[in-house]
Design a protein around this ligand. Structure first.
Ligand SMILES: Nc1ncnc2c1ncn2[C@@H]1O[C@H](COP(=O)(O)OP(=O)(O)O)[C@@H](O)[C@H]1O
Ligand SMILES: O=P(O)(O)OC[C@H]1O[C@](O)(COP(=O)(O)O)[C@@H](O)[C@@H]1O
Ligand SMILES: [Mg+2]
Length: 463
Protein backbone atom coordinates (compact mmCIF):
# COMPACT_ATOMS: atom_id res chain seq x y z
CA UNK A 1 0.00 0.00 0.00
CA UNK A 2 1.37 3.42 -0.85
CA UNK A 3 0.42 6.75 0.70
CA UNK A 4 -1.75 7.47 -2.34
CA UNK A 5 -3.78 4.34 -1.72
CA UNK A 6 -4.96 5.60 1.67
CA UNK A 7 -8.39 7.05 1.03
CA UNK A 8 -8.97 10.53 2.42
CA UNK A 9 -12.32 9.46 3.83
CA UNK A 10 -11.70 6.41 5.98
CA UNK A 11 -15.37 5.97 6.86
CA UNK A 12 -16.28 5.20 3.30
CA UNK A 13 -13.22 3.02 2.83
CA UNK A 14 -12.60 1.34 6.18
CA UNK A 15 -9.16 -0.09 6.74
CA UNK A 16 -8.42 -3.15 8.84
CA UNK A 17 -5.57 -2.84 11.26
CA UNK A 18 -3.90 -6.14 12.02
CA UNK A 19 -1.99 -5.68 15.26
CA UNK A 20 0.12 -8.30 17.02
CA UNK A 21 -0.15 -7.73 20.73
CA UNK A 22 2.46 -8.71 23.30
CA UNK A 23 1.02 -8.75 26.80
CA UNK A 24 3.48 -7.14 29.18
CA UNK A 25 3.89 -9.58 32.03
CA UNK A 26 3.08 -8.15 35.42
CA UNK A 27 4.56 -9.72 38.54
CA UNK A 28 1.98 -11.33 40.82
CA UNK A 29 2.30 -12.65 44.37
CA UNK A 30 1.33 -16.11 43.14
CA UNK A 31 4.49 -16.20 40.98
CA UNK A 32 6.33 -17.25 44.11
CA UNK A 33 3.47 -17.97 46.54
CA UNK A 34 1.34 -20.29 44.38
CA UNK A 35 -1.00 -21.37 47.17
CA UNK A 36 -2.27 -17.94 48.17
CA UNK A 37 -6.01 -17.92 48.68
CA UNK A 38 -8.38 -15.55 46.95
CA UNK A 39 -11.26 -13.71 48.60
CA UNK A 40 -14.23 -11.87 47.19
CA UNK A 41 -13.65 -8.14 47.26
CA UNK A 42 -15.52 -6.22 49.97
CA UNK A 43 -16.61 -3.82 47.24
CA UNK A 44 -19.34 -6.39 46.56
CA UNK A 45 -20.95 -5.42 49.85
CA UNK A 46 -20.13 -1.73 49.82
CA UNK A 47 -23.37 0.29 50.00
CA UNK A 48 -21.89 3.12 48.01
CA UNK A 49 -20.54 1.07 45.14
CA UNK A 50 -23.20 -1.47 44.08
CA UNK A 51 -20.97 -2.66 41.24
CA UNK A 52 -22.87 -2.87 37.94
CA UNK A 53 -22.08 -5.36 35.15
CA UNK A 54 -18.63 -4.74 33.73
CA UNK A 55 -17.46 -2.95 36.88
CA UNK A 56 -14.74 -5.46 37.64
CA UNK A 57 -11.74 -5.86 35.41
CA UNK A 58 -9.97 -9.10 34.71
CA UNK A 59 -6.51 -10.20 33.68
CA UNK A 60 -7.56 -9.98 30.04
CA UNK A 61 -8.42 -6.26 30.11
CA UNK A 62 -5.54 -4.44 28.50
CA UNK A 63 -4.41 -1.09 27.19
CA UNK A 64 -2.31 -0.79 24.05
CA UNK A 65 0.66 1.47 24.34
CA UNK A 66 0.80 2.37 20.71
CA UNK A 67 -2.22 4.10 19.22
CA UNK A 68 -0.80 5.90 16.22
CA UNK A 69 -0.34 4.05 12.95
CA UNK A 70 0.58 4.92 9.43
CA UNK A 71 -1.67 3.03 7.05
CA UNK A 72 0.77 3.47 4.20
CA UNK A 73 3.50 1.39 5.84
CA UNK A 74 3.77 -2.16 6.99
CA UNK A 75 4.87 -0.92 10.42
CA UNK A 76 1.49 -1.76 11.86
CA UNK A 77 2.14 -5.46 11.34
CA UNK A 78 5.36 -5.42 13.33
CA UNK A 79 5.19 -7.70 16.34
CA UNK A 80 6.00 -5.23 19.10
CA UNK A 81 2.75 -3.82 20.37
CA UNK A 82 2.85 -3.80 24.13
CA UNK A 83 -0.39 -4.35 26.01
CA UNK A 84 -0.57 -3.50 29.70
CA UNK A 85 -3.11 -4.71 32.23
CA UNK A 86 -5.83 -2.17 32.90
CA UNK A 87 -5.95 -0.69 36.35
CA UNK A 88 -9.13 -1.03 38.35
CA UNK A 89 -11.00 -3.24 40.83
CA UNK A 90 -10.94 -7.03 40.56
CA UNK A 91 -13.67 -9.25 41.98
CA UNK A 92 -11.22 -11.66 43.53
CA UNK A 93 -8.53 -10.25 45.76
CA UNK A 94 -5.54 -11.79 47.51
CA UNK A 95 -5.80 -10.12 50.91
CA UNK A 96 -8.26 -10.24 53.75
CA UNK A 97 -8.65 -6.55 54.61
CA UNK A 98 -8.48 -7.18 58.37
CA UNK A 99 -5.01 -8.71 57.83
CA UNK A 100 -3.59 -5.87 55.75
CA UNK A 101 -0.81 -3.73 57.19
CA UNK A 102 -0.03 -1.05 54.64
CA UNK A 103 2.99 1.27 54.59
CA UNK A 104 3.21 4.48 52.56
CA UNK A 105 6.44 6.37 51.86
CA UNK A 106 7.35 9.50 49.87
CA UNK A 107 10.91 9.95 48.55
CA UNK A 108 12.89 12.53 46.53
CA UNK A 109 11.92 16.12 45.79
CA UNK A 110 8.53 17.65 46.41
CA UNK A 111 5.80 17.62 43.83
CA UNK A 112 2.29 19.10 43.91
CA UNK A 113 -0.22 16.39 44.77
CA UNK A 114 1.92 14.23 47.05
CA UNK A 115 -0.52 14.72 49.91
CA UNK A 116 -3.47 13.94 47.67
CA UNK A 117 -1.89 10.62 46.71
CA UNK A 118 -1.27 9.77 50.37
CA UNK A 119 -4.81 10.84 51.31
CA UNK A 120 -6.37 8.78 48.56
CA UNK A 121 -4.31 5.69 49.32
CA UNK A 122 -5.68 5.91 52.85
CA UNK A 123 -9.23 6.62 51.69
CA UNK A 124 -9.11 3.83 49.11
CA UNK A 125 -7.78 1.29 51.58
CA UNK A 126 -10.06 2.37 54.40
CA UNK A 127 -13.36 3.17 52.71
CA UNK A 128 -13.32 0.76 49.80
CA UNK A 129 -11.60 -2.25 51.32
CA UNK A 130 -12.04 -1.80 55.07
CA UNK A 131 -8.32 -1.78 55.85
CA UNK A 132 -7.57 -0.31 59.29
CA UNK A 133 -3.82 -0.67 59.72
CA UNK A 134 -2.18 2.00 57.61
CA UNK A 135 1.24 3.46 58.44
CA UNK A 136 3.17 6.43 57.14
CA UNK A 137 6.94 6.05 56.86
CA UNK A 138 8.65 9.27 57.83
CA UNK A 139 11.18 11.12 55.66
CA UNK A 140 11.74 8.82 52.69
CA UNK A 141 13.47 5.43 52.44
CA UNK A 142 15.58 5.99 55.54
CA UNK A 143 12.36 6.23 57.59
CA UNK A 144 11.78 2.47 57.22
CA UNK A 145 14.67 1.73 59.55
CA UNK A 146 15.48 4.97 61.36
CA UNK A 147 12.19 6.09 62.88
CA UNK A 148 8.86 4.82 64.07
CA UNK A 149 6.02 4.84 61.56
CA UNK A 150 2.98 7.06 62.04
CA UNK A 151 -0.38 5.34 62.22
CA UNK A 152 -2.84 7.03 59.84
CA UNK A 153 -6.62 6.82 59.86
CA UNK A 154 -9.19 8.16 57.44
CA UNK A 155 -10.17 11.10 59.65
CA UNK A 156 -6.61 12.40 59.82
CA UNK A 157 -6.26 12.72 56.06
CA UNK A 158 -9.44 14.72 55.62
CA UNK A 159 -7.75 17.97 54.52
CA UNK A 160 -4.44 16.71 53.22
CA UNK A 161 -5.21 17.34 49.55
CA UNK A 162 -5.31 21.05 50.35
CA UNK A 163 -1.73 21.10 51.56
CA UNK A 164 1.45 21.35 49.49
CA UNK A 165 4.50 19.21 50.27
CA UNK A 166 4.26 15.82 51.95
CA UNK A 167 2.83 15.32 55.38
CA UNK A 168 5.07 12.27 55.71
CA UNK A 169 8.19 14.33 54.89
CA UNK A 170 10.68 13.22 52.28
CA UNK A 171 14.44 13.00 51.79
CA UNK A 172 17.15 12.06 49.34
CA UNK A 173 19.71 9.30 49.97
CA UNK A 174 19.42 6.83 52.85
CA UNK A 175 18.65 3.82 50.68
CA UNK A 176 19.80 0.70 52.52
CA UNK A 177 18.15 -2.30 50.88
CA UNK A 178 18.59 -4.82 53.65
CA UNK A 179 17.62 -2.50 56.44
CA UNK A 180 14.51 -1.46 54.50
CA UNK A 181 13.37 -5.00 53.70
CA UNK A 182 14.21 -6.18 57.21
CA UNK A 183 12.04 -3.37 58.57
CA UNK A 184 9.20 -4.34 56.22
CA UNK A 185 9.47 -7.92 57.48
CA UNK A 186 9.86 -7.03 61.15
CA UNK A 187 6.98 -4.58 61.20
CA UNK A 188 4.73 -7.02 59.36
CA UNK A 189 3.80 -4.77 56.45
CA UNK A 190 2.20 -6.74 53.65
CA UNK A 191 1.47 -3.82 51.31
CA UNK A 192 4.07 -1.16 50.53
CA UNK A 193 3.17 1.97 48.54
CA UNK A 194 6.17 3.94 47.31
CA UNK A 195 5.71 7.44 45.91
CA UNK A 196 8.76 8.87 44.17
CA UNK A 197 10.66 9.75 41.01
CA UNK A 198 13.22 7.94 38.85
CA UNK A 199 15.68 7.37 41.72
CA UNK A 200 12.93 6.13 44.01
CA UNK A 201 11.71 3.74 41.33
CA UNK A 202 15.18 2.27 40.90
CA UNK A 203 15.19 1.68 44.65
CA UNK A 204 11.67 0.25 44.54
CA UNK A 205 12.75 -2.33 41.95
CA UNK A 206 15.51 -3.48 44.31
CA UNK A 207 13.05 -3.68 47.23
CA UNK A 208 10.61 -5.68 45.13
CA UNK A 209 13.35 -8.06 43.94
CA UNK A 210 14.54 -8.63 47.49
CA UNK A 211 10.99 -9.26 48.72
CA UNK A 212 10.57 -11.71 45.85
CA UNK A 213 13.89 -13.40 46.74
CA UNK A 214 12.77 -13.78 50.36
CA UNK A 215 9.35 -14.99 49.14
CA UNK A 216 7.53 -12.53 51.39
CA UNK A 217 3.80 -12.12 51.14
CA UNK A 218 4.21 -8.39 50.52
CA UNK A 219 2.84 -6.45 47.57
CA UNK A 220 4.85 -3.46 46.34
CA UNK A 221 3.30 -0.69 44.26
CA UNK A 222 4.82 2.60 43.14
CA UNK A 223 3.29 5.85 42.06
CA UNK A 224 5.63 7.93 39.91
CA UNK A 225 6.19 11.45 41.14
CA UNK A 226 8.21 14.24 39.57
CA UNK A 227 7.55 17.81 38.50
CA UNK A 228 10.15 17.26 35.78
CA UNK A 229 7.81 14.82 33.96
CA UNK A 230 10.84 12.72 33.05
CA UNK A 231 9.28 9.31 33.79
CA UNK A 232 8.75 7.26 30.64
CA UNK A 233 5.78 5.20 29.35
CA UNK A 234 3.08 7.06 31.34
CA UNK A 235 1.30 10.03 29.77
CA UNK A 236 2.60 12.50 32.35
CA UNK A 237 3.53 12.60 36.00
CA UNK A 238 1.24 14.14 38.60
CA UNK A 239 2.00 17.69 39.71
CA UNK A 240 3.56 18.53 36.36
CA UNK A 241 0.58 20.55 35.13
CA UNK A 242 0.42 22.50 38.37
CA UNK A 243 4.14 23.26 38.10
CA UNK A 244 3.70 24.49 34.53
CA UNK A 245 0.87 26.76 35.65
CA UNK A 246 3.09 28.27 38.34
CA UNK A 247 6.01 28.59 35.93
CA UNK A 248 3.80 30.59 33.62
CA UNK A 249 3.27 33.17 36.35
CA UNK A 250 7.04 33.67 36.56
CA UNK A 251 7.18 34.09 32.78
CA UNK A 252 4.40 36.68 32.89
CA UNK A 253 6.31 38.67 35.50
CA UNK A 254 9.50 38.45 33.45
CA UNK A 255 7.59 39.69 30.43
CA UNK A 256 6.19 42.68 32.32
CA UNK A 257 9.65 43.59 33.60
CA UNK A 258 11.22 43.22 30.17
CA UNK A 259 8.52 45.23 28.41
CA UNK A 260 8.87 48.04 30.89
CA UNK A 261 12.56 48.71 30.32
CA UNK A 262 14.54 49.86 27.28
CA UNK A 263 16.29 46.80 25.88
CA UNK A 264 14.80 44.74 28.69
CA UNK A 265 15.45 41.03 28.96
CA UNK A 266 13.36 38.86 31.26
CA UNK A 267 15.22 35.68 32.12
CA UNK A 268 13.40 32.81 33.86
CA UNK A 269 15.08 29.66 35.12
CA UNK A 270 12.78 26.68 35.60
CA UNK A 271 13.23 23.27 37.15
CA UNK A 272 14.10 20.36 34.92
CA UNK A 273 17.15 18.42 35.98
CA UNK A 274 17.78 16.74 32.68
CA UNK A 275 14.59 17.35 30.75
CA UNK A 276 12.99 20.55 29.54
CA UNK A 277 9.31 19.63 29.80
CA UNK A 278 8.39 22.39 32.27
CA UNK A 279 10.25 25.02 30.23
CA UNK A 280 8.72 23.78 26.97
CA UNK A 281 5.14 23.59 28.25
CA UNK A 282 5.30 26.90 30.07
CA UNK A 283 6.72 28.48 26.91
CA UNK A 284 4.00 27.08 24.70
CA UNK A 285 1.20 28.07 27.02
CA UNK A 286 2.47 31.56 27.83
CA UNK A 287 3.34 32.82 24.32
CA UNK A 288 5.46 35.54 25.93
CA UNK A 289 8.72 33.68 25.38
CA UNK A 290 11.28 34.61 22.74
CA UNK A 291 13.68 31.76 23.40
CA UNK A 292 13.36 28.49 25.29
CA UNK A 293 16.57 26.70 26.24
CA UNK A 294 16.38 23.06 27.30
CA UNK A 295 18.94 20.36 28.12
CA UNK A 296 17.89 18.26 25.11
CA UNK A 297 18.88 21.00 22.67
CA UNK A 298 22.37 22.38 23.07
CA UNK A 299 22.76 26.09 22.53
CA UNK A 300 25.60 28.55 22.14
CA UNK A 301 25.99 32.25 22.78
CA UNK A 302 28.38 33.86 20.30
CA UNK A 303 28.50 34.09 16.53
CA UNK A 304 26.13 33.30 13.70
CA UNK A 305 22.98 31.51 14.84
CA UNK A 306 23.86 32.05 18.49
CA UNK A 307 21.75 33.42 21.34
CA UNK A 308 23.35 36.90 21.35
CA UNK A 309 22.77 37.45 17.64
CA UNK A 310 19.14 36.36 18.05
CA UNK A 311 18.54 38.61 21.06
CA UNK A 312 20.18 41.53 19.29
CA UNK A 313 17.64 41.22 16.49
CA UNK A 314 14.71 40.69 18.86
CA UNK A 315 15.61 43.74 20.92
CA UNK A 316 15.91 45.85 17.76
CA UNK A 317 12.53 44.58 16.61
CA UNK A 318 10.51 44.56 19.86
CA UNK A 319 12.57 46.43 22.43
CA UNK A 320 12.38 43.52 24.85
CA UNK A 321 12.77 39.72 25.02
CA UNK A 322 11.96 36.86 27.37
CA UNK A 323 14.30 33.89 27.73
CA UNK A 324 13.31 30.69 29.54
CA UNK A 325 16.07 28.31 30.54
CA UNK A 326 15.68 24.88 32.11
CA UNK A 327 18.08 24.35 35.02
CA UNK A 328 19.87 21.47 33.28
CA UNK A 329 20.52 23.40 30.04
CA UNK A 330 23.91 24.84 29.14
CA UNK A 331 25.69 23.08 32.01
CA UNK A 332 28.67 22.19 29.79
CA UNK A 333 29.32 25.86 29.10
CA UNK A 334 29.50 27.00 32.72
CA UNK A 335 33.07 27.07 34.01
CA UNK A 336 33.49 24.86 37.06
CA UNK A 337 36.20 23.57 39.33
CA UNK A 338 37.13 19.88 39.54
CA UNK A 339 35.39 19.71 42.92
CA UNK A 340 32.23 21.18 41.41
CA UNK A 341 32.37 18.58 38.62
CA UNK A 342 32.27 15.80 41.22
CA UNK A 343 29.49 17.25 43.35
CA UNK A 344 26.46 15.02 43.93
CA UNK A 345 23.41 15.24 46.16
CA UNK A 346 22.65 12.54 48.75
CA UNK A 347 20.91 10.42 46.13
CA UNK A 348 23.85 10.58 43.72
CA UNK A 349 22.27 13.13 41.36
CA UNK A 350 24.78 15.63 39.89
CA UNK A 351 24.59 19.09 41.46
CA UNK A 352 24.19 21.75 38.81
CA UNK A 353 25.67 25.20 38.69
CA UNK A 354 23.14 27.99 38.33
CA UNK A 355 22.57 28.47 34.61
CA UNK A 356 20.37 31.52 35.30
CA UNK A 357 23.02 33.42 37.24
CA UNK A 358 25.65 32.48 34.65
CA UNK A 359 23.47 33.49 31.71
CA UNK A 360 22.58 36.80 33.32
CA UNK A 361 26.24 37.70 33.72
CA UNK A 362 27.05 36.53 30.17
CA UNK A 363 24.24 38.70 28.79
CA UNK A 364 25.56 41.72 30.65
CA UNK A 365 29.09 41.06 29.48
CA UNK A 366 27.92 40.77 25.87
CA UNK A 367 25.89 43.98 26.00
CA UNK A 368 28.66 46.05 27.55
CA UNK A 369 31.08 44.71 24.95
CA UNK A 370 28.87 45.21 21.87
CA UNK A 371 26.54 48.05 22.88
CA UNK A 372 28.55 50.27 25.14
CA UNK A 373 26.56 53.20 26.55
CA UNK A 374 23.14 51.88 25.48
CA UNK A 375 20.59 51.18 28.18
CA UNK A 376 20.08 47.50 28.98
CA UNK A 377 18.34 45.56 31.74
CA UNK A 378 18.25 41.87 32.61
CA UNK A 379 15.70 40.83 35.20
CA UNK A 380 16.35 37.29 36.34
CA UNK A 381 13.50 35.38 37.95
CA UNK A 382 14.14 32.02 39.55
CA UNK A 383 10.89 30.68 41.00
CA UNK A 384 12.72 27.48 42.13
CA UNK A 385 10.61 25.73 44.76
CA UNK A 386 7.61 28.00 44.23
CA UNK A 387 6.48 25.88 41.30
CA UNK A 388 6.49 22.62 43.24
CA UNK A 389 5.84 23.54 46.88
CA UNK A 390 2.18 24.22 46.20
CA UNK A 391 -1.09 22.32 46.31
CA UNK A 392 -2.10 20.46 43.19
CA UNK A 393 -4.54 22.13 40.83
CA UNK A 394 -7.94 20.54 40.16
CA UNK A 395 -6.74 18.36 37.28
CA UNK A 396 -3.72 17.10 39.20
CA UNK A 397 -5.83 16.46 42.30
CA UNK A 398 -8.21 14.29 40.35
CA UNK A 399 -5.31 12.57 38.64
CA UNK A 400 -3.64 11.82 42.01
CA UNK A 401 -6.87 10.31 43.26
CA UNK A 402 -7.16 7.96 40.29
CA UNK A 403 -3.51 6.97 40.59
CA UNK A 404 -3.85 6.13 44.28
CA UNK A 405 -7.05 4.16 43.84
CA UNK A 406 -5.54 2.30 40.89
CA UNK A 407 -2.55 1.33 43.04
CA UNK A 408 -4.81 0.06 45.84
CA UNK A 409 -6.96 -2.02 43.47
CA UNK A 410 -3.84 -3.48 41.86
CA UNK A 411 -2.15 -4.48 45.07
CA UNK A 412 -5.39 -5.96 46.44
CA UNK A 413 -5.59 -8.05 43.25
CA UNK A 414 -2.21 -9.56 44.10
CA UNK A 415 -0.18 -7.65 41.53
CA UNK A 416 3.19 -6.51 42.79
CA UNK A 417 6.33 -4.79 41.51
CA UNK A 418 4.16 -2.47 39.45
CA UNK A 419 3.57 1.19 38.86
CA UNK A 420 0.12 2.65 38.36
CA UNK A 421 -0.12 5.24 35.60
CA UNK A 422 -2.06 6.42 32.58
CA UNK A 423 -1.23 5.23 29.08
CA UNK A 424 -3.11 7.00 26.32
CA UNK A 425 -5.56 8.32 28.89
CA UNK A 426 -6.36 4.94 30.47
CA UNK A 427 -4.98 3.73 33.77
CA UNK A 428 -2.66 0.75 33.61
CA UNK A 429 -0.29 -1.36 35.66
CA UNK A 430 3.26 -1.24 34.34
CA UNK A 431 6.13 -3.39 35.65
CA UNK A 432 8.33 -1.27 37.87
CA UNK A 433 11.57 -2.36 36.24
CA UNK A 434 10.31 -1.29 32.83
CA UNK A 435 9.40 2.18 34.10
CA UNK A 436 12.68 2.52 36.02
CA UNK A 437 14.63 1.94 32.80
CA UNK A 438 12.79 4.48 30.68
CA UNK A 439 13.15 8.21 30.54
CA UNK A 440 10.83 10.78 29.06
CA UNK A 441 12.96 13.38 27.33
CA UNK A 442 11.84 16.18 25.07
CA UNK A 443 12.03 14.87 21.53
CA UNK A 444 13.46 17.76 19.54
CA UNK A 445 12.39 16.03 16.33
CA UNK A 446 8.72 15.97 17.20
CA UNK A 447 5.89 18.41 16.59
CA UNK A 448 5.99 20.00 20.06
CA UNK A 449 9.53 21.22 19.64
CA UNK A 450 8.77 22.37 16.10
CA UNK A 451 5.84 24.25 17.61
CA UNK A 452 8.12 25.93 20.16
CA UNK A 453 10.36 27.03 17.32
CA UNK A 454 7.46 28.38 15.32
CA UNK A 455 6.03 30.25 18.34
CA UNK A 456 9.37 31.76 19.36
CA UNK A 457 11.13 31.74 15.99
CA UNK A 458 14.30 31.05 17.94
CA UNK A 459 17.42 29.61 16.30
CA UNK A 460 17.94 25.85 16.21
CA UNK A 461 21.55 26.34 17.38
CA UNK A 462 22.82 23.92 14.77
CA UNK A 463 24.76 26.19 12.40
N1 LIG B 1 19.85 3.54 41.83
C1 LIG B 1 19.26 3.60 43.02
N2 LIG B 1 19.10 2.49 43.78
C2 LIG B 1 18.48 2.54 44.96
N3 LIG B 1 17.98 3.67 45.50
C3 LIG B 1 18.10 4.80 44.81
C4 LIG B 1 18.73 4.84 43.54
N4 LIG B 1 18.70 6.12 43.09
C5 LIG B 1 18.08 6.84 44.05
N5 LIG B 1 17.71 6.05 45.07
C6 LIG B 1 17.03 6.47 46.31
O1 LIG B 1 15.71 6.93 45.98
C7 LIG B 1 15.37 8.05 46.78
C8 LIG B 1 14.95 9.21 45.93
O2 LIG B 1 15.90 9.44 44.89
P1 LIG B 1 16.12 10.87 44.23
O3 LIG B 1 16.96 10.70 43.05
O4 LIG B 1 16.59 11.81 45.29
O5 LIG B 1 14.65 11.39 43.89
P2 LIG B 1 13.57 10.92 42.84
O6 LIG B 1 13.08 9.59 43.24
O7 LIG B 1 12.54 11.96 42.97
O8 LIG B 1 14.26 10.90 41.51
C9 LIG B 1 16.57 8.35 47.65
O9 LIG B 1 16.33 7.83 48.94
C10 LIG B 1 17.71 7.65 46.95
O10 LIG B 1 18.72 7.18 47.85
O1 LIG C 1 16.78 20.95 45.80
P1 LIG C 1 16.24 19.58 45.68
O2 LIG C 1 15.17 19.26 46.65
O3 LIG C 1 17.30 18.55 45.66
O4 LIG C 1 15.48 19.50 44.30
C1 LIG C 1 15.95 19.93 43.08
C2 LIG C 1 15.51 19.00 41.98
O5 LIG C 1 14.27 18.41 42.24
C3 LIG C 1 13.43 18.42 41.08
O6 LIG C 1 12.39 19.33 41.31
C4 LIG C 1 12.78 17.11 40.82
O7 LIG C 1 13.64 16.09 41.04
P2 LIG C 1 13.14 14.65 41.50
O8 LIG C 1 11.78 14.44 40.93
O9 LIG C 1 14.14 13.74 40.91
O10 LIG C 1 13.09 14.63 42.98
C5 LIG C 1 14.37 18.88 39.97
O11 LIG C 1 13.70 19.63 39.00
C6 LIG C 1 15.39 19.67 40.69
O12 LIG C 1 16.62 19.61 40.04
MG1 LIG D 1 14.88 12.21 39.97
Amino acid sequence: MSINDVPPNAEQHPQTLAVDVTLVRLPHLTDYLPHLQTHTTPLEHNNYYSPPDGFYLSHSDVILRRTIYDLSTNGLYSSHHSAYHRAGPRKQIFYQPQNVRAAIVTCGGLCPGLNTVIRELVVGLWEQYGVREIFGIKAGYRGFYSSDPVRIDVKMVHNWHKRGGTVLETSRGGFDLHKIVNAIEDRGYNQVYIIGGDGTLRGAVKIFNEIHRRKLNVGVAAIPKTVDNDVGIIDRSFGFQTAVEKAQQAISAAHVEAESAPNGIGLVKLMGRSTGHIALNATLSSRDVDCCLIPENEFYLEGKGGLFEFLDERLKENGHAVVVVAEGAGQDMIPRTDAQKQEEDESGNPVFLDVGVWLKSELKRWWERDHEGELFTVKFIDPTYMIRAVTANATDNLYCTLLAHSAVHGIMAGYTGFVAGPINGNYAYIPMDEIAETKNEVDTKDHNWAWVRSVTMQPDFRS
